[in-house]
Design a binder for this molecule. Structure first.
Ligand code: SF4
Length: 400
């Protein structure tokens, strides 16, 4: 495979597989970390083992591939990166800077996912000193009933104080909100959004609560302690959120993402929608590379084993390789997550297929009014039609 342009910078993702406790709806890859440090002040053995695993993964698998590639974004996701505490994050920052030969402060974006109960003054100061530019806060809800339903441990005021503190320190501040928990109302959702905006959130990520079978939630439903989310209620809440944020000048720039007026879009996350390469380390982390073979697009993914123990023990990653039309169809679908749409000329360069292929592939969805063409070649774009972004997932049926 011809590699992507070596001048094109990579995104770096590190999966932090620890949480302070388990939320009943979550199917991410994590284990509960009871303490971040041992009694002697050393890092907890599981955190040390994970850091050693990162070192081994970087040495064994990525040195060759990384050679000559510049990294311009870092995203620490999880799990809950803040669960490893200040000492754990400091070790991680130092390791990234030394092993990837970069300075965090010089990157285009460094995002750390945090839970509100963890962001105290000491952690905030360390994040700023280290060169972190953006935090993504797992707020999920500000309502006492929502926090209880979702099994979150923070309180409303704690979350808002956290947004204020991060924003006040000059960090890009994004908050996650979850929609569709039992008892949530449109009026309550508007109040949650207003409170977050007033506290200084410059970016919101808004998701419908989805329940996977292998989480505790179905068991709670069986015992009458939770309900499964209702699709229609969630669709209404998603539209309420969009309307309310639009009225406050927020740009709905991606299916689940909103940016404040003049505020920044997520750069690292944007790499997935713009078909950029990402190197991902840690359990369950997924790396992606793009290239061309005889003029046809190729997308190669490496999916690390799930579970800290399996990853540490050297279980083999899984590989996926999409070529030609399958790579292009997936690329089109991912690109359509951005509401500005897909630049069809850039798409053709990346995937080696002409506009006529795109036209044929999307004809039915254009006919249904779900997708629309904007502008003329060579600047033509294809986008989800205004007001139709809720059907993004169903568009996949035709595209993929
Ligand atoms: S804190 Fe986040 S990653 Fe951890 S269990 Fe809860 S939702 Fe999942």
């Amino acid at each position: 495979m011809t590699d992507s342009d070596p001048a094109e910078a990579l995104g770096l993702y590190v999966h932090v597989p620890f949480c302070a406790r388990a939320c009943p709806y979550c199917d991410f890859d994590f284990e509960v970390l009871r303490q971040t440090e041992s009694e002697t002040g050393a890092l907890a053995p599981r955190v040390s083992a994970w850091l050693e695993g990162l070192e081994a993964e970087r040495d064994e698998r990525w040195a060759g591939e990384l050679a000559g590639r510049r990294v311009d974004t870092l995203y620490l996701g999880g799990g809950t990166p803040s669960a490893i505490g200040v000492a754990g994050l400091e070790r991680l920052f130092a390791w990234v800077e030394s092993r990837f030969a970069l300075r965090l402060a010089a990157l285009d974006e460094v995002t750390v996912e945090l839970n509100p109960e963890h962001l105290d003054a000491a952690l905030l100061a360390r994040l700023v000193d280290a060169g972190v530019s953006r935090v993504s806060l797992g707020v999920q809800s500000l309502a006492a009933s929502g926090l209880r339903e979702l099994g979150r441990v923070h309180a409303r005021e704690q979350a808002l104080a956290c947004v204020r503190r991060a924003h006040g320190a000059g960090l890009g501040t994004s908050a996650d909100l979850m929609l569709g928990w039992r008892g949530q109302t449109p009026a309550g959702l508007r109040r949650e959004i207003d409170a977050l905006l007033e506290a200084g959130a410059g970016h919101l990520s808004i998701y419908a609560l989805t329940i996977e079978e292998d989480t505790p939630w179905p068991g709670l439903v069986a015992r009458g302690q939770r309900e499964l989310p209702d699709d229609d209620v969630q669709a209404e809440l998603l539209q309420v959120a969009e309307g309310h944020l639009a009225a406050r000048g927020f740009r709905h720039y991606e299916v689940a993402s909103y940016a404040a007026p003049g505020g920044a879009e997520a750069i690292h996350n944007g790499k997935y929608w713009r078909w950029r390469d990402v190197v991902a380390l840690g359990p369950s982390a997924v790396s992606v590379r793009h290239g061309l073979v005889e003029g046809r697009g190729v997308v190669a993914r490496r999916m690390n084993p799930r579970g800290l123990e399996r990853w540490l023990s050297g279980a083999a990653p899984e590989y996926e390789r999409l070529e030609g039309e399958s790579a292009a169809a997936e690329g089109l679908w991912l690109g359509l997550r951005r509401l500005e749409g897909v630049d069809v000329a850039a798409f053709s360069r990346r995937f080696g297929l002409p506009r006529s292929w795109v036209e044929a592939r999307v004809a039915r969805q254009v006919g249904l009014g779900n997708l629309e063409w904007v502008g003329d070649p060579p600047a033509a774009r294809l986008r989800v039609a205004p007001g139709r972004w809720l059907v993004h997932d169903t568009i996949a049926v035709d595209l993929l």
